[in-house]
Write a protein that binds this ligand. Structure first.
Ligand SMILES: C[S@@+](CC[C@H](N)C(=O)[O-])C[C@H]1O[C@@H](n2cnc3c(N)ncnc32)[C@H](O)[C@@H]1O
Length: 177
């Protein structure tokens, strides 16, 4: 099972039709479309125009998606309600000439803002591509932050190959604990 299949399988049990979700890297729109079918509303970000166009095409007919052509590091400008689940599928747009890729610093900035908007016991699902340029840096920086703050990693998924992608399912620990 690849990471995307794992993520979709897992997410089904985490959200329902009352929930707000945010796709922090819309890309080809696969995750956005998937979340749209399960939740009340989806905000979907991508800094790359081509990705927004592809996602727009993919979600035709869905009336609960708000597409935003901006960096996910600006999520707080656009989202003003509590969120049940954020998904980050890092890296670059597949099958494209685009050289835009996620980077450790902006991913960390976006992650911190996502945490502010996250409901208690909400989830952040994040997939790192260790073989891609900057992928290891992103993985180390974010893992360090996650381990030092109020999160619980409820699941880690990776295929048993060197430098295969890593998915973390992260739950925000409630203040009461
Ligand atoms: C692996 S793709 C995402 C795949 C997507 N989730 C799907 O289901 O098809 C990663 C995407 O992150 C986008 N990206 C890179 N930096 C970004 C940023 N700062 N803010 C938002 N999106 C960014 C890229 O343009 C690319 O489309």
């Amino acid at each position: 099972m690849n990471n995307n299949t794992f993520v979709h399988k897992y997410i089904r049990s985490l959200i329902d039709k009352d929930d707000i979700c945010v796709d922090m890297t819309a890309g080809n729109g696969n995750d956005t479309l998937f979340l749209s079918g399960l939740s009340k509303k989806v905000y979907a970000f991508d800094i790359c125009e081509e990705a927004i166009a592809r996602t727009e095409e993919k979600i035709k007919g869905c009336d609960n998606v708000i597409l935003i052509n901006d960096s996910h590091a600006n999520v707080d400008i656009y989202v003003h309600e509590k969120v049940r689940l954020f998904i980050f599928n890092l890296g670059y747009l597949p099958n494209s000439d685009s050289i835009i890729t996620t980077s450790a610093d902006s991913t960390l900035a976006a992650f911190k803002k996502a945490n502010e908007l996250l409901k208690e016991n909400g989830y952040i699902v994040i997939t790192f591509y260790l073989k891609q340029k900057g992928g290891l840096d992103e993985y180390y920086l974010l893992s360090d932050y996650i381990n030092k703050n109020r999160f619980q990693i409820t699941e880690t998924y990776r295929q048993d190959k060197l430098f295969s992608p890593v998915t973390l399912i992260i739950r925000k620990i409630s203040q009461a604990h």
